[in-house]
Design a protein. Structure first.
Length: 387
């Protein structure tokens, strides 16, 4: 699960910095649009207005870079500096709102993740229930009132289905609650994709007997097909506004559940509050550390990339590097090697083919420098290699 949180942190950084740029342009645009409403402007002579229009972008550039040129301005121009400073304040306010929105959104996603997985398996279960009805309809279309062959219904007796039913409908305790009620129209649209038109299922259906490995394989094929189906993703986009970002959370959770089912274990869909709090805290500390240390870390990054402007580093690579060194800095109990391996795997999955080796070299150099200057301090547990 922590790898998923790391991926979410990478996505969050991308979203935050992208929206920060958008907010900056919007702040500049708004102050330029407000110019015509300022008395000092609309009461000015045409030539003065042209001067104000030309000076404002310069003052905005200086203000956003933290420079103040107010003392060098004529008294008739100082009100423009005030507008530029107001634009910067508005920009910072919007960035703080964005920061808060991302933190609250991710925390909500983490706490609702179990509900989404339950919803997925409820849809999956309803689709399997539909098999019996469809097989009877198929048989009756050819031979009236004759039941379908027993082997064509074996998915209904799948050993993993027994474990799934025990988790979804426990005899004791709380019944897990799904993320949304199931619309039967979705089942009608999904059934052909998973069963009627899927060659792997048709081969499984027609087999008179199957091995344990074949039973495991068809379950994996079916649940993956459902997750990747266009219909299911359309449904999730309707009920989860952050689905494009949250899909990875569900994918990892499903892999864990499949691993449990393969081992003959009943899935545990109800994660305790302590785990949720731990994951939310891990994300929050990591994300905030990256923002707070960004300026310092950008300088560090530029210092170790010889003959390469840090601005030219691919954005995802830069965010992965920032996350790596801030995890090392913020979590002393996690070994450096563990952190490096985790982010290299993320780079292989999400960035360019050569990114992982580039990131490995840069992070290794940064980690060495930061351990020497005391920026990274590892506890006894965090000093151990991941063997």
């Amino acid at each position: 699960m922590r790898r998923v949180i790391r991926i979410k942190a990478m996505q969050a950084l991308y979203t935050y910095f992208n929206n920060r740029t958008v907010n900056l342009e919007e702040s500049r645009r708004k102050v330029a649009a407000d110019l015509i409403e300022i008395p000092e402007f609309y009461n000015a002579e045409p030539l003065e207005k042209d001067g104000f229009k030309a000076l404002l972008p310069v003052l905005l550039d200086d203000a956003f870079e933290g420079k103040s040129e107010e003392n060098e301005l004529q008294s008739s121009q100082k009100w423009l500096a005030g507008m530029a400073e107001k634009a910067v304040r508005n920009w910072h306010e919007e960035n703080q709102k964005e920061r808060k929105r991302i933190l609250e959104g991710i925390q909500s996603d983490i706490f609702k993740q179990c509900e989404k997985e339950i919803f997925f398996w409820q849809v999956f279960r309803d689709l399997i229930d539909t098999v019996e009805k469809e097989e009877y309809n198929r048989q009756n279309a050819h031979l009236k009132s004759k039941a379908p062959a027993e082997h064509t219904l074996k998915i209904l007796r799948h050993p993993m289905l027994v474990l799934l039913d025990a988790a979804l409908n426990p005899k004791k305790g709380t019944t897990p609650k799904g993320f949304s009620a199931i619309n039967q129209e979705w089942i009608i649209r999904l059934y052909p994709v998973l069963f009627k038109e899927l060659p792997e299922y048709q081969e499984y259906r027609d087999a008179v007997s199957t091995t344990e490995d074949q039973e495991t394989e068809i379950w994996k094929v079916l649940y993956r097909k459902l997750l990747r189906s266009e219909v299911f993703n359309e449904v999730m986009e309707e009920i989860d506004l952050r689905w494009s970002e949250n899909r990875i959370l569900l994918e990892v959770a499903l892999k864990d559940t499949f691993r449990n089912l393969t081992a003959g274990e009943k899935p545990a869909f109800i994660r305790n509050e302590e785990e949720n709090e731990e994951f939310a805290s891990f994300f929050s500390l990591l994300f905030e550390a990256c923002l707070e240390n960004q300026e310092e870390d950008e300088k560090r990054l530029a210092s170790v990339i010889s003959n390469w402007n840090s601005d030219r580093v691919a954005l995802l690579d830069k965010y992965i590097i920032l996350l790596s060194i801030n995890e090392m800095r913020k979590f002393p109990h996690i070994p450096v090697k563990v952190t490096m391996n985790e982010y290299l795997e993320i780079a292989k999955a999400y960035s360019t083919p050569g990114s992982s080796s580039f990131i490995n070299g840069v992070v290794d150099r940064l980690a060495g420098i930061m351990q020497k200057d005391g920026s990274i301090k590892k506890s006894a547990r965090g000093m151990m290699d991941n063997r």
